[in-house]
Design a protein around this ligand. Structure first.
Ligand code: F6P
Length: 376
């Protein structure tokens, strides 16, 4: 008997999601005569049983489209907003999956989705995941789809900022997405020739950044491009955050934990203005005028790059093969250009961040790019 697949997309949208949906669906239908449905808006739509048939027609013409035809949300199965409360909806999800006679639920998402999928697997659901995110921070895969497109967009932005920074003799601080991992900022910063690159993995010292900019000025370059990741922090902020997190972990009473949670939320909300504060500090320390450009969701929008389409298609078609073989409980990863299944237990709850000895860091240091901190 032919099999049934359900697909959903969860977390922030990413270019290449439609290419992956198409790859899974077309291969499942064409090669294995499976039937395929999609759930709307991530786990929320699965819980509400809002679905759509993904037949040849629905899967046609979507390869080049950005976003996700299914819609997405950041809802978690075990803590879903229902009637103003957070509720565990795992059983409802299980019932819906059974009602559709699904042999596999395919979840396309980033780090959070891997964790949610593992929980569903532990509840007895046959799950397979694909790694998508512009942040490139999913553990267990060499790359995630969406990253290459965002890298192209952010690099082009840095290219364009050069001419205006140069004309006005300014510092331009450009904020690039990535709260916890600096892959996108480091990649785009290097590819775009940024003079300073600040990532969450390397706490920075504003004085050192100013020294880099002043040294450029002494060398005849009256402008600088500073590429900063959303989650980059000064060493002082980094220590403050680490202290709050450690205290929350160690908190013995519920009240203490709630108070620390509130402090962490306040800290995170204050971080939202950190790029503007950094620009003002650099202005003060260097005497050069500074401007801020926040690339924001532009980095996630629009048509996927050929590399992302190719990657998403390869991961998608392999997913259909895995379902046909009865494999589940895995993320379909790419390692050394091979598409391989990796157990979800290995992946969930971990994050791939930039190692301090990564070749990209070495290249940046060799070029004299300021990283906000000297080599250890
Ligand atoms: O997870 C991908 C990502 O684009 C991050 O780089 C960014 O910090 C975050 O999503 C933004 O999330 P949202 O679109 O929900 O504001």
């Amino acid at each position: 008997m032919s099999k049934h697949i359900g697909i959903l997309t969860s977390g922030g949208d990413t270019p290449g999601l439609n290419a992956a949906i198409r790859g899974i669906g077309k291969a499942a239908i064409r090669k294995y005569d499976m039937s395929v449905i999609g759930f709307r808006d991530g786990f929320k739509g699965l819980m509400q049983n809002r679905h759509v048939r993904l037949d040849g027609e629905a899967l046609s013409g979507i390869l080049t489209h950005g976003g996700t035809i299914l819609g997405t949300s950041r809802e978690k199965p075990h803590r879903m907003a229902v009637g103003g409360k957070k509720m565990d909806m795992t059983q409802v999800i299980k019932d819906n999956i059974e009602a559709h006679h699904l042999d596999a639920l395919v979840c396309l998402g980033g780090g959070g989705t891997q964790k949610n999928a593992l929980k569903l697997m532990e509840a007895g659901i046959s799950v397979i995941t694909l790694p998508k995110t512009i942040d490139r921070d999913v553990w267990g895969t060499d790359i995630t789809f969406g990253f290459d497109t965002a890298l192209n967009i952010a690099t082009e932005a840095i290219d364009r900022l050069h001419s205006t920074a140069h004309s006005h003799h300014r510092i331009i601080v450009v904020e690039i997405m990535g709260h916890k991992a600096g892959w996108l900022t480091l990649g785009a910063g290097l590819a775009g020739g940024a003079d300073v690159i600040l990532i969450p993995e390397i706490p920075y010292d504003a004085e050192l950044i100013a020294e880099t900019i002043k040294a450029r000025r002494s060398g005849g370059s009256n402008f600088s491009i500073v590429a900063v990741a959303e989650g980059a922090m000064s060493a002082k902020e980094y220590d403050e955050l680490a202290d709050l997190e450690a205290r929350r972990e160690a908190a013995e009473s519920g009240d203490e934990r709630s108070a620390l949670k509130a402090k962490l939320a306040k800290f995170e909300s204050a971080q939202k203005g950190s790029t503007a504060r950094l620009a003002a500090t650099l202005e003060e320390l260097t005497g050069l005028e500074a401007r801020v450009t926040i690339l924001g969701h532009v980095q996630r929008g629009g048509t996927p790059s050929p590399a992302d389409r190719l990657l998403a298609t390869r991961l998608g078609t392999k997913t259909a093969d895995l379902v046909a073989d009865g494999v589940s409980g895995v993320m379909v990863a790419i390692r050394q250009d091979e598409v391989v299944p990796v157990p979800l237990e290995e992946v969930a709850g971990k994050r791939s961040v930039v190692p301090l000895d990564h070749p990209w860091i070495e290249s940046a240091r060799s070029l004299g790019v300021g990283l906000g901190r000297g080599p250890e």
